[in-house]
Ligand binder design. Sequence first.
Ligand code: SF4
Length: 451
Amino acid sequence: MTDTGLIAKYNIPGPRYTSYPTVPYWNVPQWEADQWCELIRVSQHDDRSKRLALYIHLPYCDSLCTFCGCHKHITTNHAVEKRYIDAVLREWELLSASLDKGSLIHELHLGGGTPTFFAPEELNRLIDGIRNLFPFTPEAELSFEAHPNSTSFEHLQALHRQGFRRVSFGIQDYDQVVQKAIHRVQSFELVTACHQMAKNVGFNAISHDLVYGLPKQTLAGFQDTVQRTLELKPERISLYSYAHVPWIKGTGQRGYSESDLPEPNLKREIYELSKQLLVANGYLEIGMDHFALPDDSLAKATREKKLHRNFMGYTPNASNLLIGLGMSAISECTFGFAQNEKTTERYLQLIESDRLPITRGHHMSAMDVEIRRHILNLMCHFETELPKDTLLSRLELELQLSELVSDGLVAWDGDTIRVLPKGIPFVRNCCMAFDAYLKDQHAVKRFSMTI
Ligand code: SF4
C-alpha cells in the first residue's frame, strides 16, 4: 500500500498514550484523599518508587495562544503569583505526609501555563520550599518550560542557581503567518537572544519545542523553521503533532477554521522532511516525536533502553511515582492516577481549607498494569514482549493487529511484537490494538487524529 493509502487508512482519532488507561476511561469519578494517599503509600514499595518525579503546574499566561491545549489561566494581574505559590507549597506539605521518609526527588519539571510568568523571587521561594521537605538526588534533572517573550536573565540565573540545567523554549513555528493565526508572535532574533542568554548562564541542555500541523502551515515555511532551529543547535528538539480538539479545549482552538489546517498528507510530509533535516544534522529520532543530539540524556536513555513516558512526555528518568502539584496536575503511581481540580480558584480554595485538591482518577487492575507496560514499551522502544503468564488473549490481540501486520507495519515474532520502521508513524494505532477500553466509539471520537 502507498504511504498515502496508509495515511488514509490509519489516520483515525486515537490517544497519545501519555497514560494508560487514557483519561476518558478512568474509573474513579472522585478520589477520597485517604484512599489516594494509601495507594501512594503501597506504591512506594521499592527503591525506584522512592525516587520521585515531580511536576509542578504553573497555569498563568499573559496572553492566549489560540492553538493551546494546556490547562491555563489568562491574566495580566501578577498579584496572583504569591497566593498560587503558597498553595503549591501547602499542597506539597499535605502530600509529603504520605511519602516514604527516605524519598528523594530525581526529576523536577515546571510546566504550564507559563512558568516564566512568575517573578524569579517567587520561583526561588517555590524551589526552596520543595527542597525543604525532600532532597534532590545528586544527578536529579531539573527543567522548566520558558516562553521566549517573558524569559529574563534573572529567571535563568535564579533557576540555574537552584540546579536547573534544562530549559525548553516554546517555539512552534517562525512563519509570521502561522504566528499570527495562533496568536503567538515571537521573532527568531528574540529566541536567539534567549537561547544565547541561557547558554551563557550555564544551561547545557536546551530544548526547542516545534509544532507541525498548525493552521496556515506550509512545507517551505516549516522547513525554514527547522533550518533556523538548526542554526541554534539545541540539544533536544520536540516535534509535536498539533492536536486539533476544539470540542475539548473550548474557544482557544476556535480562532481559525478546519480549512486552515494542513491536510493529513501534507502534515505527514512536513514531519518527514523535518525528520530528514534533523537526522542529516546529527539528531537521533527518539520515540514518536522527539529528536536529540547523541550526548543528550534522552538519546542515552534510548540506547540503554531506559526511555520512559508519562504525562510530561518522554523522559530519561523512569520513576514509578510521579507527583503532580498545582491546578490540573496529574499524579501517577504503580496502581493508579489522580488529577487535581482543573479550575484555579477551586484549586486554591481547596488547598486553603487544607484539603488535597484531587478529583477524578483511576485505580489500576492487574490487566491495566500489564497493558500499560506494553504500551510504554511500544511508545518508547517500538517493541514489546508478551510474558509467559500474560493476561491478554493472544487470539484477540492477533485479530486486532492483523491489518497492521498484513500492511507491513508490525511484525509478530514468537512472543515479541515489533513496530517496523515503516510502521513508526502509526505506533499509536499499534498501541490502540492493545487498549482494552477503546470499545466506546463515542469516547474514541474525542481524541485527536493519530497522524
Ligand atoms: S501555549 Fe503556553 S503560553 Fe500559550 S496559552 Fe498555552 S500555555 Fe499559555
